[in-house]
Design a protein around this ligand. Structure first.
Ligand SMILES: [Zn+2]
Length: 932
């Protein structure tokens, strides 16, 4: 049986996600939501929706198409983008809820541009140490000092930290654009770094702290109720060329003899520049001679040009002593499901073809990359790819009790040398198994064999399966019962069903074997158990519910993601350690790795698309104005080079609680609590996870009120919080309503488990969008949107809207995007011209809902809409390496109810499913805070 032919992309009957019927349910989101905000009466928009006072109605300046969509249906100014049309800037007052940008205060202080559209690159200054921290007069002096070989830093004066700017959460709606703003600036005393480089402090895309001002004592931290943690993302891209980091290749690595920190921009030089003082522990160390003399060219060199004194993020090429064995080659061992389910869904054919077409993309610069293949059903099928022939042979092992390895030499072969044989095998795989009726899967036993095959070398085991492992080692049961969903017993389904998956994962980690899971089952697959393998081995779980190669969007999504995954320049045999100023201690680590010792995280393979969280404890009172933290990732590149990536961050300290709050980073804090919530969900259950989030936000609001605001009495008491934490309430609400955590009787546990895996691995920027999706109004977007910015060339995006259905007009067109799924939401009253321009169809009634794509049409508006949709999923432009190609669904407000309700669950400010609206949430919080 061969893979079914690709079907029509717009077939309504084919959309599968949410798997409405897959688990025998009528509708996953069958409950009718209540309380969606009433859209304003389009015939008489309230005065607050009037276009900006200057220059007349913007619709008259709009392009032909836009004017038509607007005028044929409703007054243009009623659209969600109404307030921004004329200026092309920021949403001014005018949304249905009297929506006001809240960042004005923050921006006035931090000097950031509130008008910055997400499509424009961040101003460089936003990610750097603010210029203000360098006194220009002192700068000149410092240059002079450096000419003399460096001297003591200039005397440190009183540094003015970020001021506390309170906002009233009840009366200042949160502006979602502020999530993308850089965190509160890190303001260091003048001349804290030894060079005046603007790159001396770590950009938040690599490492950001929940607190950009650090309390000097444990007691002050405890009093703040805020977490102190680092969000670490050592790689910003899948490939080095997309986010280059300065490389130090002369093998000169100067480290502190005592604390083993790497030399960095915050050390100080003394003794005529012959010694350097460690900024972590204070010990003085010798400066390597090579800092001033290049033995290769026999010339003096300028130490002030060295990258490690100018850049917070650098990479060293490591000499011999950083290796326990010669750098291992890159190894990919593929475990391919060849059961009936995998063959008939088209998984085997698509996977084999994608590997075949990606052979040139798999990193192999050193020509040592090795590949191997094991086909899995109720037996293990090994493939020997011999040197002297291009015809591979298959060896079947059905005894799962003692699975042996036949002819080890030819099962794992060099890609360069055996290319022909590999190509021959991949092009025949589908044919070999096309008539199978085998419904068995001994994937656990296959994993054991794979481990045996590569444990001497280490490497990646890539599992592609559409089955629940039902035979041999690690056998799993069909344990999901939909009656359990939404009850306390649901928690058990999120935990591992067979201890094999944890113990085997630890075994893999010891032998430098990392496992990635690509899961495709059309029924229950026990993602909760299978996800343990990636969790402890530095891998990832990718879940494709209801996937079928017959749907071209599904085939494209998987093939593109899998190919990008294979091309990714992963690191091997990696360990990560975080060092800090004496008195600070790394206490807890979150993410996909194995904690080998108290402070060492081990990664058999280090992925480029994940983030980590490290909690910091303050063990001793800190007497210094600045503390430092340094993350080092020792690894082997996929081209066989041993390297160390080092990231150094400097943060000012304070004894003042207001300073701590004023510089707290809502994105980093939410990332930390996302990891904590996943941990809590797995250990104590979903309700406990939601409750702890709820208690925490109450505790923070109470602390802020009691410690940092003047007392108010009476019903008009505002609910105050610092402007820089304005988004925290909405982000916490988004987290509590997330598919991974929300209260519901209808979410299959596999979807939950896959979501929990993402909540605990996504890099912060992507995680925020996963928790708080982007929502854009397209039908009335400004003329500049969807086109390249004249200066930057970046596609200009419309401003993101608050996640409330109040912004949805019956004639509108919207994009909702949570980074994994995109919805094109079409109002049932959309005018024919809009549907014609965007979809090439005569009217909204012809539009088929479900998984689909946007057609490419020869008109401006179609081009601009596609540009916005593409830009929205372009993670690289946001400084995140990701393979994810979001599924795109066409949704009609009058169409298929389960799909529409699913799209509405992304609008976290609404009341829906069993969750409260933002207004209800805020009201309840205010009551709790005022009664505490
Ligand atoms: Zn030291």
């Amino acid at each position: 049986m061969s893979a079914p032919p690709p079907g029509p992309p717009y077939d309504q009957s084919q959309y599968q996600y949410p798997p409405a019927n897959q688990y025998g349910e009528q509708s996953q989101y069958g409950q009718q939501p209540v309380g969606y905000g009433q859209p304003p009466n389009p015939a008489s928009p309230p005065p607050s929706q009037a276009p900006p006072a200057h220059g007349g109605p913007p619709s008259h300046q709009g392009p032909r198409g836009k004017r038509q969509y607007a005028e044929q249906a409703y007054d243009f100014a009623a659209g969600a983008n109404a307030g921004v049309a004329a200026t092309g800037g920021y949403p001014a007052a005018g949304g249905p809820a009297g929506y006001m940008p809240d960042t004005a205060g923050v921006n006035a202080i931090y000097g950031q541009q509130p008008q910055q559209l997400p499509g424009q690159p961040q101003a460089v200054g936003g990610y750097q140490a603010p210029q203000a921290s360098y006194d220009p007069n002192q700068l000149a002096g410092q240059f002079g000092q450096m000419g003399l070989g460096g001297g003591a830093p200039a005397p440190v004066g009183k540094t003015v930290l970020n001021p506390l700017v309170p906002v009233d959460l009840m009366h200042n709606p949160f502006n979602p654009a502020s999530i993308d703003l850089p965190p509160p600036p890190i303001i260091l005393p003048p001349n804290t770094s030894v060079t005046p480089s603007p790159h001396a402090n770590c950009p938040p895309s690599y490492m950001r702290s929940t607190l950009n001002v650090v309390p000097t004592t444990h007691n002050l931290l405890k009093k703040s109720k805020l977490p102190f943690a680092l969000v670490v993302q050592p790689y910003n891209s899948l490939h080095d060329s997309e986010a280059p980091v300065p490389l130090i290749s002369d093998f000169v690595i100067s480290r502190c003899r005592r604390c083993r920190s790497y030399i960095n921009p915050y050390v100080s030089f003394l003794d005529h520049g012959h010694r350097w003082r460690c900024n972590m522990c204070g010990l003085t160390n010798d400066v390597p001679q090579a800092f001033d003399w290049n033995p290769a060219t026999q010339e003096t060199s300028d130490r002030w040009q060295r990258p490690e004194l100018n850049h917070a993020v650098v990479e060293f090429i490591a000499p011999q002593e950083y290796m326990v064995r010669p750098p291992q080659p890159l190894v990919y061992l593929f475990l391919l499901d060849v059961s009936y389910a995998a063959v008939t869904s088209g998984l085997l054919a698509t996977a084999a073809r994608t590997i075949l077409e990606s052979l040139d993309r798999i990193p192999n610069a050193d020509k040592r990359t090795r590949l191997g293949f094991i086909a899995v059903d109720s037996a293990l099928h090994y493939f020997s790819i011999p040197r002297d022939s291009t015809e591979p042979s298959m060896l079947v092992v059905s005894d799962l009790d003692e699975p042996f390895l036949p002819i080890p030499g030819d099962l794992l072969v060099p890609l360069e040398e055996r290319r022909e044989g590999i190509e021959s095998l991949l092009s025949k795989l589908q044919e070999m198994f096309q008539d199978t009726q085998n419904a068995g899967s001994c994937m656990g036993s296959a994993l054991q064999s794979a481990h045996k095959l590569i444990s001497a070398v280490g490497g990646k085991v890539v599992v592609l399966t559409a089955s629940l492992p039902n035979l041999g080692a690690g056998k799993l049961e069909m344990r999901e019962d939909k009656k359990l969903l939404g009850t306390n017993k649901e928690n058990g389904l999120l935990q591992t069903g067979n201890s094999f998956y944890k113990s085997f994962a630890v075994e893999c980690s010891k032998n430098q074997v990392s496992v990635d899971m690509f899961l495709f089952s059309s029924g229950y697959q026990d993602v909760a158990s299978l996800a343990n393998l990636p969790r402890y081995t530095g891998g990832q779980t990718y879940f494709y519910p209801g996937w079928s190669a017959a749907r071209s969007e599904d085939a494209y999504k998987f093939a593109k993601e899998f190919s990008d995954h294979l091309s990714s320049e992963i690191a091997l045999e990696a360990v990560m350690r975080v060092r800090a100023t004496t008195g600070l201690r790394m206490s807890t680590f979150y993410g996909n790795f194995f904690n080998r010792s108290s402070d060492l995280c081990a990664f058999p393979a280090f992925p480029r698309d994940q983030g980590y969280v490290v909690e910091v404890a303050i063990d001793e009172a800190i007497a210094r104005p600045v503390v430092y933290m340094q993350t080092a990732v020792l690894h082997t590149t996929c081209n066989g080079e041993r390297r160390i990536r080092v990231m150094t961050m400097a943060l000012p300290t304070t004894q003042n609680l207001a300073d701590v709050y004023a510089s707290a980073d809502q994105v980093a804090i939410t990332t930390y609590f996302s990891h904590k919530a996943v941990e809590k969900a797995l250990s104590s259950g979903l309700e406990a996870a939601r409750d702890s989030l709820h208690s925490k936000i109450v505790e923070l609001l109470v602390t802020y009120k009691k410690e940092l605001t003047a007392s108010h009495v009476g019903a008009a008491t505002p609910l105050q919080f610092p402007a820089n934490l304005h988004g925290l309430v909405v982000l916490f609400l988004g987290l509590m309503k997330h598919i991974g955590l929300r209260k519901s009787v209808q979410i299959p546990s596999d979807l939950r488990s896959a979501a929990l895996a993402l909540l605990s691995t996504l890099p912060a920027q992507m995680l925020m969008q996963y928790i708080h999706p982007k929502f854009y109004s397209l039908h009335d977007m400004d003329d500049a949107c969807g086109l390249p910015h004249p200066e930057t060339g970046e596609i200009v995006m419309p401003p993101p809207l608050p996640l409330s259905s109040e912004y949805i007009q019956p004639h509108g067109l919207y994009l909702i995007d949570d980074s994994q799924t995109q919805f094109i939401y079409v109002g049932g009253h959309a005018v024919p011209q809009l549907i014609e321009d965007v979809f090439g169809l005569p009217g909204v009634e012809h539009l088929k809902v479900g998984k689909g794509s946007l057609p490419i049409l020869e008109n401006d508006f179609n081009t601009r809409v596609r540009a916005v949709v593409d830009k929205s999923k372009d993670m690289q432009s946001k400084g995140v390496g990701s393979i994810i190609v979001p599924n795109l669904y066409i949704v009609r407000s009058d169409g298929e109810p389960s799909l529409r309700l699913w799209a509405h669950t992304m609008l976290v400010e609404d009341k829906a499913d069993q969750g409260v609206s933002l207004q209800q949430f805020l009201g309840a919080l205010r009551e709790k805070v005022n009664n505490s």
